[in-house]
Structure formats: structure tokens, C-alpha cells
Design a protein around this ligand. Structure first.
Ligand code: ADP
Ligand code: UDP
Length: 252
């Protein structure tokens, strides 16, 4: 496995060439970054947790008919996925005001929104992923109206499903970020969910206490980051009690 070709190393994951054409291996690192890489740390066990949580979420979404890039988990840190052409957008869905939306619009964090909101950021680290409108996206050719409709419909469906899934284990889904990709099949192009869904890409609050169980623990120096991710995994029934680092088969 170690002689596979590395195609890309990002902030949280590494992509390797997969065993078959059209596949990739996604390796989940323990690195945590925030504020466009200005803050960086290694959180032992985070990659293992995100691999498992994202697998669970992708498989669950597949079962309700959401097309995803996920094929199978290979080991504690890696999953096999279909290689897609990433649409250069971060699709954000919000149920409760938080983070950049609270800051930008002066809405108190934690305020329930009158309806779920889908927004788009242009995926470009040099520009710090700026918020863009559908007009920008279609005019500049990052996507087209049909693909946008597909992404919005899928995102709202994912939101409903995940809100219910997390509510069942006492967690409020505040907001989350998705990435979609294009899968070419002859003349056909399908829009599929890609990347990951994990506490790195969602805001998850305990329903009773509002305790944060997501990456804000790292961004805001709240401590116990991996413990919070492990709590999410435990509640979803993915991992056994307090079994965080020991479940790691060892880094690859
Ligand atoms: P970043 O690139 O923001 O640092 P990561 O460290 O998570 O983020 O790197 C993972 C990269 O892999 C992201 O750029 C993401 O868009 C890309 N990616 C995710 N899923 C796929 C896929 N199925 N095919 C191709 N690229 C993917
Ligand atoms: N998010 C993400 N990656 C990003 C930006 C945001 O996963 O590059 C997620 C973030 O974890 C949160 C949601 O998208 O769940 C909305 O983030 P927001 O726009 O509030 O940005 P932030 O406050 O994180 O800068």
C-alpha cells in the first residue's frame, strides 16, 4: 500500500491512486487546521474517527438514494471512493445561525433560522473560500443551473435525513458543508456527494446542554476535541465506550 501514488495532500486528507481506474483511496490524517491554515495541530485519533463517522453517514445516505462517491472502508484510516471532478464549491446548509453567518449578519449564535438556508462558497484557499451567489457561479462557469438544482435538492434532502439521524441521538445539526463532484459515464454526467461528512465539516451541539461536539472545539480552544468526536461516534453506535485511540490499527 505504501508504494501507491500520492495524488494530492490536503489539510485533513491525502488522496492516493486507487486499485482500479476511476477510484481513489482517501486517507484521513490527524491534522486539524482552522482559519485558512493559520491554526494547526495534530489530534491523535481524529482521522480514525472521521473515517468511521463519514463512512457511516455516506452509507446511510446511500441507503436513502443519495448518490455518493463512497465505495468501501479499507481500514481504520482509509476508504475507497470513486474519483470525481470536484465542483469548486462548498455547499453549506444552515438550520441555526452560527459561525460566519452570525458574524456577517449579526445574528446571535444559536438562533433557529425560519427555514433551512443553502449557501455557496467558492472553493479557493487563496481567496479564503468567499461566499458567492448563484449568479457568480453560473456566470463564471463553476456550475450550471441544472447541476445547481441537483445540488440544492440533494443538500436539503441530506439535511432532513441527517437532522433526524442526529436528533435521534440527542444532537442538534446546526450547519454543515458538503462537496459534490461530477461522475462521467459515457455521455452522462451524474452529480454525486463527495469528500467527507464528519465533525470537521458539521456543527453538532448536544441537544440538552448545547455543548459543542465538533471542530469549533478546536477553532475556539475549548479542549477535548477528539473526545467530542468520539462521543458523536459513540452515540451513533459506531464505536464502543471510550475506545478512541486504541482502535487505531496503527498509522500507515
Ligand atoms: P483541502 O483540499 O481543503 O485541504 P482535504 O485535506 O480534506 O481538504 O483534501 C481532500 C481533497 O479531496 C479535497 O480537495 C476534496 O475536494 C477532494 N476530494 C474529495 N472527494 C473526492 C473524490 N471523490 N474525487 C476527487 N477529489 C475528491
Ligand atoms: N465548513 C467546512 N469547511 C470550510 C468552511 C466551513 O467544513 O472550509 C463547515 C463548518 O464546519 C460549519 C459550516 O461549514 O459546519 C459553516 O461554516 P461557516 O461558514 O460558519 O464558517 P466558519 O465559521 O467555520 O469559518
Amino acid at each position: 500500500m505504501s508504494r501507491r501514488k500520492k495524488l494530492y495532500e490536503g489539510k485533513a486528507k491525502i488522496l492516493y491512486e486507487g486499485p482500479e481506474p476511476g477510484t481513489l483511496v482517501q486517507y484521513f490524517k490527524d491534522d486539524a487546521t482552522a482559519f485558512n491554515n493559520q491554526k494547526h495541530a495534530t489530534l491523535e485519533g481524529k482521522g480514525v474517527l472521521n473515517n468511521r463517522i463519514s463512512e457511516f453517514v455516506m452509507v446511510s445516505l446511500g441507503r436513502i438514494g443519495i448518490p455518493t462517491h463512497f465505495i468501501k472502508r479499507l481500514n481504520m484510516r482509509e476508504q475507497l471512493v470513486r474519483k470525481v471532478e470536484i465542483i469548486p464549491l462548498e455547499v453549506i446548509c444552515r438550520n441555526v445561525a452560527a459561525g460566519s453567518m452570525s458574524k456577517r449578519l449579526g445574528i446571535t449564535e444559536g438562533e433557529q433560522l425560519p427555514r433551512s438556508i443553502v449557501e455557496f462558497c467558492y472553493k479557493n484557499d487563496d481567496l479564503e473560500d468567499p461566499l458567492v451567489s448563484e449568479e457568480h457561479i453560473t456566470a463564471l462557469g463553476w456550475s450550471n443551473p441544472q447541476e445547481m438544482d441537483d445540488m440544492i435538492a440533494m443538500t436539503l434532502r441530506i439535511n432532513d435525513f441527517l437532522s433526524g439521524m442526529f436528533a435521534a441521538v440527542g444532537i442538534r445539526l446546526i450547519d454543515f458543508k458538503l462537496e459534490y463532484g461530477r461522475l462521467y459515464d459515457g455521455d452522462l454526467v451524474r452529480t454525486v456527494l463527495a469528500d467527507e461528512i464528519s465533525p470537521d465539516s458539521c456543527r453538532l451541539w448536544d441537544m440538552e446542554t448545547n455543548e459543542k461536539l465538533d471542530k469549533d472545539r478546536f477553532r475556539r480552544d475549548l479542549g477535548n476535541v477528539t473526545e467530542a468526536y468520539a462521543e458523536v461516534a459513540r452515540r451513533l453506535g459506531i464505536m464502543k465506550e471510550n475506545n478512541v485511540v486504541s482502535i487505531d490499527e496503527g498509522s500507515k
